[in-house]
Each structure stands twice: as C-alpha cells, then as structure tokens.
Design a protein around this ligand. Structure first.
Ligand code: NAG
Ligand code: NAG
Length: 330
C-alpha cells in the first residue's frame, strides 16, 4: 500500500509543480514604476475601470495619492486626505510626526460601478474621493490606526481594519514598540453611513479582501501572523474561522485574477524583528491552501512589503521602504 500512496502523492506534487510553472508562471521578469523624486513608500496599487483600466494609483509616505500616467509622464498627484496638507510642508517628507497634518493614506479600493475611490488613512480613518481626485471627504474617523480596506463589489459595503486601540503608525517604529491584540475589523455601510465592529481583539492590522461573490472576507492579522475567514452569508454568517497561519507577517490581501484566489503580501521576519526580512507573495485559495509562493527578496532585499496586486497577469508589489512599485511578469 505504502509505495502506491507515495507515488500518487509524488504525482500530485509533480502536477502541482507543472501547474505552477506552465499555468501560473514564476513572475521572473522585473521592472519598476519609479515614484517622483523625493517620494517614498508606495503601499498600494489600485486600478480603475474594468476593460480599459487606469493606474496604478498609489499611496505614499508624504500623504499623497498618486496616479501612474504611463512611462512618459510617470506618477502625478491625484488626491490627498487632509485640508491641512500643503505641498511645501509635506511633499517628500518621511517624518512620521507630520502624518496627522499631511495625511498618511495606506490603502485604496475603487468601487468600480461609481468610480469612487475609498481610502484608509492611518490618522484620518475612512475617506472617499471622486473620479477627479483632490481633497477626499472623511466618512468615518476617530480610529487609532486605519490600516487597510476593501469595497464589496456587489453591496458597496466597505470593510476596513483599525490595527489597534492603543498604538498608532508612529509608534510602530519607536524604540521598545510592543504590538498588542486590540485591532478591529469593521464595516461601513454607505447607505446608513453606520460603522459596525465585526471582530475585535485582532493582533495587528493589514488589508482585508472581500471575495468576488461577496460571501466572505479574508482578514489578516499582521503581528498575529494569521488570516481569518469572516463569513457574510450562509449558516456561518457573521462568524470568523482561522483559515491559515502564515510563516511571516501578512499585510494586505487582494483578490487574484482567478476567481476564488487571493494574493497575500507577507514579510517574514518583520515582527518581531529578525536579522533579515524576506518579502514574499502567497497565492492562496479560499480554503487557505497556499497555491504558489513568489519571493521578492532580490529586488526588495531585507524590506517589508505591504501589497501584492495582480493585474493583467502581472504582480505589482508595494513597499514602505522603496521609491518604486515593482512589477513582476512572465
Ligand atoms: C505614539 O507616538 C506619539 C507621537 O510620537 C506619542 O505622543 C505617543 O505617546 C505614542 N504612544 C505610545 C503608546 O507609545
Ligand atoms: C536588515 O535590516 C535590518 C534593520 O534595518 C538590519 O539590522 C540588518 O542588519 C539587515 N540585514 C542584512 C542582512 O542586511
């Protein structure tokens, strides 16, 4: 019996390997979308539109939301999150203490049907901006550390994460920082304008992702190193189950192009800090199976990554520590 089991499992490994190489590719070609001079830390990469798409749009450390206008033009200013932001005081800054004044957007999600861009800003909570950009409007505030969000394509509900009740984004780089388990997973209903707390006691933030069919949301815990599945419908509705423990710290989760699959940006050795950080993209199924792992360690050496966004068969990789978005293709 044993040899037969062995050979069929070996066959499975081989078929899985073939599938990864032939069907999915290894994303071995690399190019960059460079930020403007002095700009740093693109942590998101959202695209607008369905058939003809624009972007990526990204958030950077000095508080701007930028839009990629193609290789000849590069990135241009698109939106910002606070009326106190001036270009003289804020452009190019990496001073965390300026965040409340300049804004610190961390995550973007378009509602495709309306063209509205929803924004999670670490200091200013949940905001929205229209198709022409400019100053965003706050929808919900009073959060300590809004870290990630995703719009439900069908209902328009916005799911977002407040990473902690006690620490904000500035504290995470201060000496002696200790993460806690006071993060929350929330929902903003655009019709009632109410915010509901769906889960509390989360260990760290990250970006949630709603499934394409709107039946569940994947919720990462950055410092807790795991991903939960929160059911929106069915017998398990309004409950969460742990889907996957990750080897490193999962930041944003994004829907992959193949239905039912997701990409997770994982930084191994980030929290607690290790001597070397290894950034990886994990493609997972809705059952929590890891289908593919891509290492970005060559181009993002010893850097944390925030996002892996699949678009047109390419992976757009965002990091707080780079002056570019990395683009991996086959
Ligand atoms: C977080 O950082 C801010 C600004 O530097 C500081 O005022 C606050 O006391 C810090 N909070 C904690 C919990 O360390
Ligand atoms: C990685 O970065 C950390 C902190 O920035 C540093 O202490 C460490 O020496 C780096 N490791 C390598 C191998 O460069």
């Amino acid at each position: 019996m044993a040899p037969k089991i062995l050979s069929s499992s070996m066959l499975l490994v081989f078929v899985t390997f073939l599938y990864m190489v032939v069907v999915s590719g290894q994303f071995s070609k690399f190019s960059k979308l460079d930020l403007p001079p002095e700009a740093l830390g693109p942590e998101s990469a959202a695209f607008r539109g369905l058939i003809i798409t624009e972007g990526p749009f990204t958030t950077i450390r000095d508080g701007r939301i930028l839009k990629w206008q193609g290789a000849n033009v590069g990135f241009v200013d698109f939106a910002y999150t606070t009326p106190t932001r001036t270009k003289q005081f804020c452009d190019g800054t990496t001073d965390p203490e300026k965040g409340p004044i300049c804004g610190r957007p961390l995550a973007l999600s378009f509602r495709l049907t309306t063209g509205l861009l929803y924004i999670a800003d670490a200091f200013h909570g949940l905001l929205v901006v229209g198709p022409n950009g400019g100053l965003a409007t706050q929808l919900a505030g009073g959060f300590k550390f809004a870290a990630g969000l995703d719009v439900d394509l069908l209902t328009g509900n916005v799911y977002f994460i407040d990473a902690s009740l006690t620490y904000d984004i500035r504290n995470t780089t201060q000496p002696g920082f200790k993460p806690d388990s006071t993060g929350r997973f929330l929902r903003y209903n655009p019709f009632t304008r109410q915010v509901s707390v769906l889960l509390s006691g989360l260990a760290g933030g990250g970006g949630p992702a709603v499934s394409k069919d709107g039946t569940f949301v994947l919720v990462p815990e950055l410092t807790g190193r795991r991903i939960s599945k929160y059911w929106l419908v069915g017998p398990k509705a309004n409950r969460a189950e742990i889907l996957l423990n990750t080897v490193g710290n999962p930041n944003k989760i994004k829907r992959a192009e193949r239905i039912g699959e997701f990409w997770v940006a994982v930084s191994v050795g980030s929290q607690p800090p290790a001597a070397l950080i290894t950034p990886k993209g994990l493609r997972i199924s809705s059952n929590g199976d890891v289908l593919q792992t891509v290492s970005f360690a060559t181009q993002f050496f010893n850097k944390t990554i925030s996002l892996v966004q699949e678009h047109d068969g390419k992976l757009y990789v965002g990091s707080r520590g780079t002056s570019f978005i990395g683009v991996y293709s086959n």
